[in-house]
Design a protein around this ligand. Structure first.
Ligand code: ADP
Ligand code: MG
Length: 543
């Protein structure tokens, strides 16, 4: 059987270079990445086995074997394995859309280690410690296996191999020790034990250290984190689990535990990330909730479990009474799943509300990163609307800091009945608009709604706390302190207004206004016309 030599795709090559030259200070994580992949592969095989018994594994597990003399470390799993095409496609290229973006950012950014984690380079991290990596794999249900090998320098070899067990074995050949690493070696048993305990304790399959003498030793406790009382779990353990399921590098901003008892029991462990993923506004971006049934992983990316506007929330829902065979189609219909979704949404929103009062700094981070997504929720289920408005904040003419609606209302002037806002493309554009003049001059606060989504939800949300939301650029807005244009003035200006109305063919009507102070005229839309920004958006969307 012939061996083929193939080239890494350009982006993969760049990434490997970064790994080989190790811009990353914590090299221990390469083992975490290998274990994480093995665990994912075991999950996939378990799922495949539910539909096709022949694909099931006896004794699903992960084995680690170290050879100090040969300076190798092998991580073996009896998971789903990979076909030859998959090896080439998944390991030889970086399919993920964010990678190009990451490389660009890496070049200009010093916090490179964090970025790598955010984009999850996974398997490639082995090249931080290895001068050679080989992978032998056979996919469940296929006859032949594949061997892949690379020194991380731009090419890899690939060949067919007969007689390999189903699953994947990755062998890293450790680089020679250098001075600073001389304290330990990744082939030391105590070091392996320490890394597994620290990063992979919660992995739900046994991770066994194979010893030259005696029985293998299971290194992880396999305890489902969400099933343990909050007080017993260290923040660090939560953070590791979060990193495992989210492929993020940073710590979560907030951890949420939830337990429902009664006729339909479930437990949930949710995380609010500390920053938005690069694909937050991409339709096919990764979503965060995993579904388990009685500790058994069922599926990733369960969009049914959380409303779309909270798609950045990561975590696990473990339901006691669902079938292991449940499909996405059934999930969409299931009444209990809909109940879970409503409950999770409520809980996330109430958690954010708590942050506002108890940890304002965290709240500000949250809103800066995710506010734009959360506001999409104002268009959906009316149920959540009030709770979303309660946690929203907006730029305002009253200062540089964003304000909540409640705070706005508390500052409303004597006689003011409405919440004034203006939408637009930027703070400067909105603040300098002629519409703003009278409001400024008379000291009325105006909310500056400058996210594109603001244009849309303001139409769906009539009021907050009994106060109408009123655009200052639409229809007639009467300021409580305004004098109406007098009859006499109106008569005086009538010929001018008529002439203007006839001359300016594009406008519907010309009115006398008390709204302006320095500008002679301004354009307003009718109350139910679309705004200029929205008009632009629709055009951009081809409508
Ligand atoms: P990620 O795990 O974030 O997808 P990785 O670089 O760690 O990225 O792995 C890339 C892909 O290679 C995985 O998504 C998976 O499809 C495949 N893969 C890696 N390791 C294994 C394994 N042990 N068994 C099966 N597939 C694997
Ligand atoms: Mg991985």
């Amino acid at each position: 059987m012939s061996t083929e030599t193939l080239e890494f795709q350009a982006e993969a090559r760049q990434l490997l270079q970064l790994m080989v030259h190790s811009i990353y200070s914590n090299k221990d994580i390469f083992l975490r990445e290998l274990i994480s992949n093995a665990s994912d592969a075991l999950d996939k095989r378990r799922l495949a086995g539910l539909h096709d018994e022949a694909l099931r594994a006896d004794d699903p597990h992960i084995a680690i074997e170290a050879d100090k003399d040969a300076r190798t470390l092998t991580v073996r799993d009896n998971g789903i394995g990979m076909s030859r095409e998959e090896v080439v496609g998944l390991i030889g290229t970086i399919a993920r859309s964010g990678t190009a973006e990451m490389l660009r950012q890496l070049k200009e950014n010093k916090e490179s280690a964090e970025l790598i984690g955010q984009f999850g380079v996974g398997f490639y991290s082995t090249f931080m410690v290895a001068d050679n990596v080989s992978l032998v794999t056979r996919k469940a249900g296929e006859d032949t296996g594949t061997r892949w090998e690379s020194a991380g320098e731009g090419t890899y070899t690939i060949e067919e191999v007969p007689d390999v067990p189903v699953g994947t074995a990755v062998t890293v050949h450790l680089r020679p020790k250098d001075e600073e690493d001389a304290l330990y070696d990744y082939a030391d048993e105590w070091k392996i034990r320490e890394i597994v305990k620290r990063y992979s304790d919660f992995i739900s399959f046994p991770i066994r250290l194979v010893k030259s003498e005696g029985e293998p030793e299971t290194l992880n406790s396999m305890k489902a984190l969400w099933a343990r009382p909050r007080a017993e779990v260290k923040d660090e353990e939560y953070a590791e689990f979060y990193r495992h399921i989210s492929h993020d590098w940073t710590d979560p901003l907030e951890i949420i535990n939830l337990k429902a008892e009664g006729t339909f029991e479930y437990e949930a462990l949710l995380f609010i990330p500390s920053r938005a993923p690069h694909d937050l506004f991409q339709r096919d971006g990764r979503r965060g909730i995993q579904l388990y049934v009685k500790r058994v992983f069922i599926m990733d990316d369960s969009r049914e479990l959380i409303p779309d506007y909270l798609r950045f929330v990561k975590g696990v829902v473990d339901a006691a009474d669902l079938s292991l065979n449940i499909s996405r189609e059934i999930l969409q219909q299931d009444r209990h799943i809909q109940m879970i979704r409503r409950r999770l949404a409520k809980k996330v929103l109430s958690t954010i509300k708590d942050l506002m009062t108890k940890e304002p700094e965290k709240y500000r981070t949250f809103w800066r990163e995710f506010g734009r997504a959360v506001k999409e929720g104002l268009l959906g289920e009316a149920d959540d609307r009030k709770a979303i408005l309660d946690v929203a904040s907006f730029a305002t003419t009253a200062g540089d800091e964003p304000t909540t609606l409640a705070d706005y209302v508390s500052r409303m002037k004597e006689g003011q009945e409405e919440i004034y806002f203006m939408t637009g493309e930027s703070r400067a554009q909105v603040e300098n608009s002629p519409h703003m003049e009278a409001f400024k001059a008379q000291g009325y606060e105006v909310l500056l709604l400058i996210d594109p989504v603001d244009e849309i939800w303001v139409d769906a949300v009539p009021e907050y706390d009994g106060k109408k939301l009123q655009s200052i650029a639409r229809g007639t807005v009467d300021l409580p302190s305004d004098d109406k244009p007098s009859e006499e003035k109106a008569g005086e200006y009538a010929p001018l207004l008529t002439w203007l109305g006839e001359t300016l063919e594009e406008v519907k009507e010309v009115r006398l206004s008390t709204r302006l102070t320095t500008s002679p005229a301004c354009l307003v839309s009718d109350a139910d016309d679309i705004t200029p920004t929205l008009e632009k958006m629709y055009k951009a969307m081809g409508q």
